[in-house]
Design a protein around this ligand. Structure first.
Ligand code: APR
Length: 353
């Protein structure tokens, strides 16, 4: 199932279980604990009184009461004392124990706050990375929709090295809404996208730009087809198979299994079955990109796959430019990609399919 990183109040999330960053007494407190108890109502406290508390790193489950979620999983994160007192292992244990209870209670979806990243003082970036790593590990062998709920995005310092690289790539390539003002940028990036020899002028390739410097779609295919398709992967992409058939051939060519592919694409099993069984299925652009990432297609192959479904990457779409950054750099980790998309206020890949 896809994981999503979202900015929201966890008490508003409609899913089978939300996780509470509680304290050992389980009798309520401030932060997310206070918000959950206020939203769930008094009955929650009454049930919590029967649980006998909870050890750090462990988790216990109650009903959700007035919350939209069926259950609340209360876990107690470690207080940060500098990192030399087993805090990391205890924090990881909070996620693992919460996932165990969610499985035990047949939950199909779960929402986590950033445990220990508030009052308990765990460094936010590390707390965030641990949440993603434990989610990634869990989803390797399990199917569950996971929400990582960030309450205060401004409190984040994302990975500065990656942030700087993506930011400068955006600066160099994103044409934003004023595409016409960036015609040279747009022309240069069009060549990059279709891998045209740099010597080709913006007209030699048979490509013309309208006044708004938008590529005349009818030209793009001819340009892409003028590129030799002597690559086995590219040959599979340009066939006019249905998307599902194309996917299966590419998975086979890449030596992957179906499950490996759709999990790496951050796509749910249900969506995979829909793609494989709905004769009328037409993939969204985001779906095509998920699988381009999962199949580790290069930029040219990605554009061919997009074009075969009637889409193209666009430099005037920030989401596309960020995806292009990762494909150009051969970085296909969808967790890192989604963390970066979240940072730039873009939807995660693997949702809204
Ligand atoms: N929805 C989602 N996330 C929230 C919400 C909310 N309504 N309120 C706070 N958060 C975020 C915080 O911004 C922080 O990133 O949850 C994360 C955890 O912060 P805390 O709630 O302070 O939890 P924690 O750091 O684990 O400390 C637990 O605080 O509230 C008390 O009783 C609790 O003693 C326990 C301690």
């Amino acid at each position: 199932m896809p994981f999503q990183i979202i900015c929201n109040d966890i008490t508003k999330i409609e899913c089978d279980a939300i996780v509470n960053a509680a304290n050992k007494s389980l009798l309520g407190g401030g932060g997310v604990d206070g918000a959950i108890h206020r939203a769930a109502g008094r009955e929650l406290l009454e049930e919590c009184k029967t649980l006998g508390g909870c050890e750090t790193g462990d988790a216990k489950i109650t009903k959700g009461y007035k919350l939209p979620s069926k259950y609340i999983i209360h876990t107690v994160g470690p207080v940060w004392h500098g990192g030399r007192f087993g805090e990391e292992q205890l924090l990881r244990s909070c996620y693992r124990r919460s996932f165990e209870l969610a499985l035990q209670y047949n939950c199909e979806s779960i929402a986590f706050p950033l445990i220990s990243a508030g009052v308990y003082g765990y460094p936010k970036q590390e707390a965030f990375e641990i949440a993603l790593e434990e989610t990634k590990e869990f989803l390797k062998d399990n199917e569950m929709q996971v929400f990582i709920v960030v309450f205060d995005k401004n409190a984040f310092e994302f990975d500065s090295f990656l942030h700087d690289n993506v930011s400068s790539y955006i600066e160099d390539n994103y044409t934003g809404k004023d595409a016409s003002k960036n015609s040279d940028k747009f022309a240069a990036s069009f060549k990059r996208l279709y891998d045209l020899p740099s010597a080709v002028s913006r007209y030699d390739s048979g490509v013309q730009f309208d006044s708004e410097c938008r590529v005349m779609a009818s030209y793009a295919p001819s340009v892409s087809f003028c590129i030799s398709t002597n690559n086995k992967i590219r040959d599979l992409i340009v066939l006019d198979d249905a998307f599902a058939v194309k996917l299966l051939k590419l998975i086979d060519a890449k030596g992957m299994t179906d499950v490996e592919c759709y999990k790496k694409a951050n796509v749910s099993r249900q969506t995979w079955y829909k793609i494989m069984n709905d004769k009328e299925y037409k993939p969204s652009k985001a779906t095509v990109l998920c699988f381009a990432i999962a199949l580790e297609l290069n930029l040219r192959e990605t554009n061919l796959l997009l074009k075969s479904a009637g889409y193209a990457l666009s430099d005037s779409i920030l989401f596309d430019v960020i995806i292009e950054y990762f494909i150009s750099n051969g970085d296909y980790d969808i967790f890192v990609i989604n963390e970066t998309l979240f940072e730039f206020d873009q939807p995660c890949l693997g949702v809204l399919l």
